[in-house]
Ligand binder design. Structure first.
Ligand SMILES: Cc1cc2nc3c(=O)[nH]c(=O)nc-3n(C[C@H](O)[C@H](O)[C@H](O)COP(=O)(O)O)c2cc1C
Ligand code: SF4
Length: 440
């Protein structure tokens, strides 16, 4: 990714090309690197033509669900006389995911340009960038970049001298994981408590302030100027495998690995090469044990599964997990999977907005039972109770935070049940290699 690592020769730096380059943060520097040509081009096109190019490129949302971006934009009904809104989701609260903040820190203009194009394409004159409040540097960088854009008439009521209005505002969130969920984000933007809303109505029909709204992730929007300048075919060509997953993807890597950090690769890259070549393999003297490849909300993979995975939306599904937000969390043989699972459950219990009983009670009881097992006081019956609760926490709530908690628990129990049983029978040392930092 170029920063803090030297870019690996097998990376394809499109979004991360200028990470680590302070000059790229300024308007002049960004323009020297081709910035705002895509917006100029877009403003001379019809919104429908832009939507069609993005559709044709195959770009899919990088916030977690992977929904096709052009299709999402086409849901915004034109000519309805209502104000439309674009919300950029820069909450980035998913544990293990730290790519969006780097886009904002190093190339704030790339996001602003993507937001401006997206807003114009969906018929919105106003876009909000909802940023997690703790991200003080990204917020500062975005505000500095916006100031430059207004001074240069790139934004405002006569954007780039075209007579079109595009205003972009940065909104600082309070730092709750749930505010990354799109309907909670809109509530929070409206000044209300960040609780998810029941869908339907979907945001494209009734979103922010009850008006048609599109919500897109930072990485999704930052890819749009590149697609407009280079064309849909160029974007589609950046894929090693599936015709359904296109372009490059930023993966954030953390945990027990030699070279953590952000890596940008083309879709379909072999996960085995990614883990052992780009990321440098395990730490000295250790072996990889498992990977959660898509932030903390997707099923854990054993190493056999991970090593057989092609890194695109379909490739991860084929190996029993999901690409999610692209946060790769790696565990080595000194880590206890039950302990990791308990830590995840505690996170979900803490972040639940508590509207749904299954989520509020389910995440809290899951945490309690897992803590009991980790403390060596669990029973075999507890394992059955965890699975039964996970079943009740799945597909029955307003948003999928509840499902995410259940997913981690079920996959850990399916694939590493022996570790839970070893804790119950007092034989933990048979499953976790010696390490000072991994006491269960
Ligand atoms: C609990 C929860 C947290 C989420 N957090 C984020 C987030 O921090 N950033 C993000 O882009 N999407 C997040 N999402 C997904 C968003 O709801 C939404 O799908 C996404 O922003 C849409 O953008 P995209 O189509 O460009 O991916 C979250 C979803 C859930 C259920
Ligand atoms: S599932 Fe959990 S976080 Fe989502 S709305 Fe229900 S209680 Fe809130």
């Amino acid at each position: 990714m170029g920063y803090p690592h030297k870019s690996h020769p097998r990376e394809t730096a499109v979004l991360s090309k200028h990470f680590g380059d302070p000059e790229a943060r300024t308007l002049d520097g960004w323009k020297k690197r081709g910035g705002y040509r895509a917006l100029e081009q877009a403003l001379a096109m019809t919104p429908t033509d832009i939507v069609n190019i993005v559709k044709e490129s195959g770009l899919r949302g990088r916030g977690g669900a992977g929904f096709p971006t052009g299709l999402k934009w086409s849901f915004m009904k034109q000519g309805d006389g209502k104000p439309h809104y674009l919300c950029c989701n820069a909450d980035e609260s998913e544990p293990g995911t730290f790519k969006d903040r780097e886009i904002m820190r190093w190339t704030p203009h790339s996001l602003i340009e993507g937001c401006a194009i997206g807003a114009y394409a969906i018929g919105a004159e106003t876009a909000y960038i909802y940023v997690r409040g703790e991200f003080t540097e990204p917020i500062r960088r975005l505000n500095e970049a916006l100031k430059e854009c207004y001074a240069a008439n790139i934004l405002g009521s006569n954007a780039m001298g075209t007579g079109k209005t595009i205003n972009i505002y940065v909104h600082s969130g309070a730092g709750a994981y749930i505010c990354g969920e799109e309907t909670a984000l809109m509530n929070s933007l409206e000044g209300r408590r960040g609780n998810p809303r029941i869908k339907p109505p979907f945001p494209a029909v009734a979103g922010l302030f009850g008006m048609p709204t599109t919500i897109n992730n930072v990485e999704t929007l930052a890819a749009v100027p590149h697609i407009l300048i280079n064309g849909a075919e160029w974007y589609k060509a950046m894929s090693l495998s599936s015709p359904k997953s296109m372009g490059t993807k930023l993966f954030s890597v953390c945990g027990n690995v030699a070279r953590p950090g952000n890596y940008e690769i083309v879709m379909g890259f072999p996960f085995k090469d990614f883990l052992y070549d780009l990321c440098g393999g395990p730490l000295a003297g250790r072996k990889f044990k498992g990977v959660i490849p898509g932030g903390c909300s997707v099923p854990i993979q054993t190493m056999e599964e991970a090593e057989a995975t092609m890194m695109d939306y379909e490739g991860f599904v084929a190996q029993g997990t999901m690409l999610g937000s692209g946060g790769v969390i790696i565990f080595d043989d000194a880590q206890s999977i039950p302990r990791m699972t308990a830590r995840h459950a505690r996170f979900y219990a803490h972040e639940s907005c508590a509207q749904c009983t299954q989520c509020r009670e389910g995440t809290a009881w899951t945490t309690k039972i897992l803590d009991r097992i980790v403390a060596g006081q669990g029973t075999f019956e507890d394992l059955d109770t965890l699975l039964e609760m996970a079943d009740n926490m799945t597909g029955k709530t307003i948003c999928v935070l509840s499902d995410s908690c259940a997913t981690v628990v079920v996959s850990a129990l399916q694939k590493y049940r022996h570790e839970f049983e070893a804790l119950i029978t007092g034989k933990r040392s048979s499953t976790v290699a010696a390490s000072s930092g991994a006491a269960a």
